[in-house]
Design a protein around this ligand. Structure first.
Ligand code: 0K2
Ligand code: SF4
Length: 316
């Protein structure tokens, strides 16, 4: 039987960002340097495939520092950690390496600087997400106020409306954040913050690429994990920008072929923590079912690369 025709729009940029690439390399370097096991606090990036590949090489993933033996090295994930985590590691005299993305660390520094200037911080982020916990944890408990929505802005109780600053999670929806920042500025005209927000280049570019293809896609799949904030935002962006069926898939076996029966066009992208091998797997699955014409839609070129520390840190 002849296969039905399908145009496959492949969004670019998609997949790994510079922070993810660096974090994974740090774990690999640590295993090379110290041998297995090397402990990693929290999934190094939110992707089961990446985590499983590193487990195979000798990494052991835990959620909290106290789960690590003090005599083995530990790596902190790309999402960042509260200040108390490296402090605890030092108290226990542990070898640790911080794989926090430099763009997340930049937000940590921003928050601390504002606080030193006497400003109270409002963070725009998702409650319970490790990056939000890490950024809020740069300051003592209760010092940073969290807002998730425009409605939250109306409710938030601040110490002094004339002494406020805001920071954001790096993986938010660009469009939703514009509205939240506008609401903050309307209620607190003196609030200071970054030029726009702290959403990183990779998040912004992946959302822009989805916007470019979503209107012409009968369905759009985002390769990524259910706990990956930036990947989930891509699904929302697709749905908001004219695609009637937008879904997250971890890999090809997650594709619901029944649900997309009869489509003529499909969009494919991937979150910043999804490896290219899984994207290829999904594309190959479509080629097996359809007579596929692949069109790569490039909305930005990325040349960002973060240096991996040459020497991994050992306490004095
Ligand atoms: O998007 P998330 O913050 O949930 O994280 P991942 O899916 O692991 O992507 C990497 C981004 C890490 C930090 O910004
Ligand atoms: Fe860094 Fe952005 Fe990648 Fe997060 S998504 S690791 S902030 S580059």
């Amino acid at each position: 039987m002849e296969k039905p025709q399908l145009t496959l729009y492949l969004a670019a940029p998609r997949g790994f960002c510079a922070g993810v690439d660096r974090a994974i390399k740090i774990v690999e370097m640590a295993i090379d340097k110290w041998g297995a096991p090397v402990y990693v606090r929290h999934e190094i990036v939110h992707n089961k495939f990446v985590v499983d590949s590193l487990k195979d090489k000798g990494a052991v993933f835990v959620e909290e520092l106290h789960e690590c033996p003090p005599d083995r090295p530990v790596i902190f994930s790309a999402h960042g950690v509260p200040k108390s985590v490296p402090a605890d590691a030092e108290r226990r005299n542990m070898v640790y390496v911080d794989a926090t993305c430099p763009l997340v660390s930049k937000v940590h520094i921003e928050a601390s600087r504002h606080a030193e200037e006497g400003l109270q911080i409002v963070m725009i982020g998702h409650e319970g997400h490790p990056e939000t916990i890490g950024t809020m944890g740069q300051l003592p408990d209760g010092e940073v106020l969290l807002v998730e929505t425009v409605d939250d802005v109306a409710q938030v109780e601040v110490r002094d409306p004339s002494k406020l600053a805001f920071v954001t999670q790096t993986t938010l929806s660009v469009d939703d954040t514009i509205d939240i920042v506008a609401a903050l500025k309307a209620r607190f005209p003196a609030i200071v913050g970054p030029h726009k927000e702290d959403i990183c280049y990779a998040t912004t570019n992946r959302q822009e690429a989805v916007k470019a293809i979503a209107p012409q896609c009968d369905a759009l799949l985002v390769v990524g994990a259910p706990n990956s904030s930036n990947s989930k935002r891509l699904v929302e962006v697709a749905a908001k920008n004219g695609c009637n069926y937008a879904q997250l898939v971890q890999r090809a076996t997650d594709i619901d072929w029944r649900a997309i029966e009869g489509i003529r066009t499909i969009g494919i992208t991937a979150g910043a923590s999804a490896p290219e091998v899984l994207i290829n797997e999904v594309v190959d699955a479509f080629s097996a079912h359809y007579d596929v014409t692949v069109e790569q839609v490039v909305t930005a070129e990325e040349h960002v690369e973060f240096k991996v520390p040459r020497v991994l840190r050992v306490p004095a």
